[in-house]
Ligand binder design. Sequence first.
Ligand SMILES: Nc1ncnc2c1ncn2[C@@H]1O[C@H](COP(=O)(O)OP(=O)(O)O)[C@@H](O)[C@H]1O
Ligand SMILES: Cc1ncc(COP(=O)(O)O)c(N)n1
Length: 273
Amino acid sequence: MSQVRSALTIAGTDPSGGAGIQADLKTFQELKTYGMSVITSVVAQNTTGVRSVEHMPLSMIEDQLDAVIEDMPTHAVKTGMIASKPMMELIVKKLEQVDAPYVMDPVMVATSGDDLIDKEGRNFLRQYLLPLTTVVTPNIPEAEFLTGLSITTEEDMKGAAEYLVHEYGVDAALIKGGHLKGQAIDFLYDGKQMHSYAAERIDTKNTHGTGCTYAAAIAAYLGKDYPLPEAVKQAKAFVTAAITKSFELGKGNGPTNHWAVREVTERKITHES
Ligand SMILES: Nc1ncnc2c1ncn2[C@@H]1O[C@H](COP(=O)(O)OP(=O)(O)O)[C@@H](O)[C@H]1O
Ligand SMILES: Cc1ncc(COP(=O)(O)O)c(N)n1
């Protein structure tokens, strides 16, 4: 029997269960990937917003990383909320010890609008962490910050994906279209080809944790040796199902449904390249 595949998420927490580490582990589990997790920040948040944040001491983040890296096989890494430059410097150092695909979800703002990273961290991420990524998965506002470009059309999205690959040395960039109007279309540029992944837009406010879930699913499929374009297609189907059957829970934006994929067998994803 082939060895079980594992994925490590390095991110912040969401006690309401919809985003962050909690979303990542739920996603890994649904995709039969052994999930491991290093907590960077403890975030007191729910579907309506963030009320407080406690960043882990660097020594505690390092000890968590060493505990995993020294003991467990790691077939994929995913980072979410990394709130400061010192944390990123530590993660850059540790990623050099892990030979696995690395998915970066450049988390900067929670769905509720609360900032999750400081300014120094944003700039360091662009310069030092981006070049290590197998794929970076910004939403529209995050892509605008990372590239300095204005993104209002699908052509702008493609341009931003190409810019990230050519200017920042990422292997691939996936620009997510959730924040635009019209169909929910994402563009992946892998240095050679532009791929598009489109699904019907679902009329719901319950999209808390969509980005985390999508990036964690991509990491799980990369950890199973799926080629990137196919990993993204499978992950798009996963997150689209999760949104289709998302939960009317909480007073704000409800969370996605991480087991929906068991029930929603047919999700029309149009993959073109
Ligand atoms: N209402 C929606 N209906 C269908 N797909 C959506 C919807 N909102 C977002 N998506 C999809 O969910 C994924 C996450 O995108 P997005 O919400 O932009 O990320 P983030 O959570 O990081 O802001 C993308 O594949 C996007 O196209
Ligand atoms: C700890 C943490 N990480 C990420 C997000 C973004 O969530 P979303 O996927 O809704 O953008 C969040 N709200 N909290």
